[in-house]
Design a protein around this ligand. Structure first.
Ligand code: HEC
Length: 114
């Protein structure tokens, strides 16, 4: 009986894991969840970008928080290849930026260990 329950839990976890990318995250989603859903497809989960596709490492940007929040929500004519996300609130955009700073910290730590 225990084994059956355990297997069931595992397969349910597998199901929700699969659906994650399709269902939009809830309003209360963390910065990481929002970043993974909206940004990671282009900028990669670690925010390192894709040099060959002309996608910058957004985790290493020198833009400040307000400018990034505005870029996320309104877009920027000088960055035509970066889509705008008007459906995100200011708070959600700020959470994404905080997650980017966390990614930046991890990238710097990794760099210093080389
Ligand atoms: C469809 C691909 C795509 C997605 C999705 C995307 N970006 Fe971008 N982003 C780009 C491209 C391309 C640029 C470079 C601007 C240009 O070339 O027009 C960029 C530029 C940026 C920059 C400026 C970097 C710099 O220093 O110039 C930031 C910050 C950024 N993106 C953050 C984000 C965040 C946060 C998200 C998610 C909410 C996101 N991007 C989603 C493609 C994308």
């Amino acid at each position: 009986m225990k084994v059956v329950t355990f297997t069931l839990i595992l397969s349910l976890a597998g199901l929700t894991g699969c659906g994650e990318a399709e269902t939009p995250p809830p309003a209360s989603a963390s910065g990481q969840q929002l970043f993974d859903h909206h940004c990671a497809g282009c900028h990669r989960p670690q925010g390192t970008g894709n040099f060959l596709k002309g996608i910058p490492a957004n985790a290493l940007t020198d833009m400040d928080v307000d400018d990034i929040v505005s870029l996320i929500r309104n877009g920027d004519v000088s960055k035509p290849k970066m889509p705008a996300f008007p459906e995100l609130s200011r708070y959600q955009a700020e959470r994404i930026v905080l997650h980017m700073w966390q990614l930046r910290k991890e990238l710097i730590e990794r760099y210093n260990q080389q």
